[in-house]
Design a protein around this ligand. Structure first.
Ligand code: ADP
Length: 248
């Protein structure tokens, strides 16, 4: 079997009682590869990301197909292992942060992994340092800027040492400096990443490949510049060619 960090095969999904939201989606992500997941609002990007760590029910008839992380099929029995491997960053940090202090929030994942107190403290220190918030441990999670809250969330994800990051609109509402910091942090991460975003200039900067989703179907997949620089394709799906790829 070929090595893939993420393998999605013929995935179709609908929310109970609703119409199809994803239809026959297949793709793979190689270890270390960064994928941009683009498409208009309502295309199914968040729904697809949530399938990567089993946030949505994977039972018939709503779910058809298979999702594998490091060759482990996402299923009820494997959910703990899958979630250890896939770090999920929600669009809104308020959906992720729930402890009073930064330390407690970042420590939550490693504590759940059953690590010793010393290991937990070390992981919290290392992951806060990697997001540039080394001295934030005692701070209240309520008294941080949006960019800082996103970075605390990311520290909590890093503290579990995932092999895959699934990031839902990580750059939305960030000011340019906070964006640059986040981009630099993501560039340092050695695992695989799939990033759902409307920030297509960042996709050009960060992503090796792009998946274009529209109406729940995978409409195009390939090298970032080939997909995002294709004017006709982008217009067909309500997207704009990013500034950096526009003819001068
Ligand atoms: P995107 O992230 O591309 O904006 P979403 O995955 O959020 O797309 O949404 C895809 C479709 O699924 C939309 O039509 C949305 O209304 C619907 N949807 C999203 N979440 C739910 C839910 N919890 N229950 C029912 N329908 C949902």
């Amino acid at each position: 079997m070929s090595e893939s960090a993420v393998r999605v095969e013929h995935l179709s999904f609908r929310y109970p009682g609703g119409p199809d939201v994803l239809t026959d989606i297949s793709f793979t992500i190689a270890p270390g590869e960064i994928i941009g997941l683009v498409g208009p609002s309502g295309a199914g990007k968040s729904t697809l990301l949530q399938h990567l760590n089993g946030l949505l029910p994977s039972k018939l008839p709503e779910f058809v197909g298979q999702v594998c992380i490091d060759n482990i099929p996402v299923a009820r029995q494997t959910i703990a292992e899958v979630r250890r491997r896939v770090g999920f960053l929600f669009q809104d940090p308020d959906d992720q942060l729930f402890c009073p202090t930064v330390f407690e929030d970042v420590a939550f994942g490693p504590l759940n992994l059953g690590l010793s107190d010393d290991e937990v403290r070390q992981r919290v220190r290392d992951s806060l340092t990697s997001v540039g918030l080394a001295d934030y441990e005692p701070r209240s999670t309520l008294r941080l800027s949006l960019g800082e809250r996103k970075r605390v969330c990311l520290a909590g994800v890093f503290a579990c040492q995932p092999s895959v990051l699934a990031l839902d609109e990580p750059f939305s509402s960030l000011d340019p400096r906070a964006r640059r910091k986040l981009i630099a942090i993501l560039k340092q991460f050695s695992g695989s990443q799939i990033i759902a975003t409307h920030d297509l200039d960042i996709v050009v900067d960060l992503c090796h490949q792009v998946l274009l989703l529209d109406g729940g179907q995978l409409r195009a997949a390939g090298q970032t510049r080939d997909i995002l620089g294709n004017v006709a394709l982008m217009e067909r799906h309500g997207l704009e060619v990013p500034w950096r790829l526009r003819p001068k």
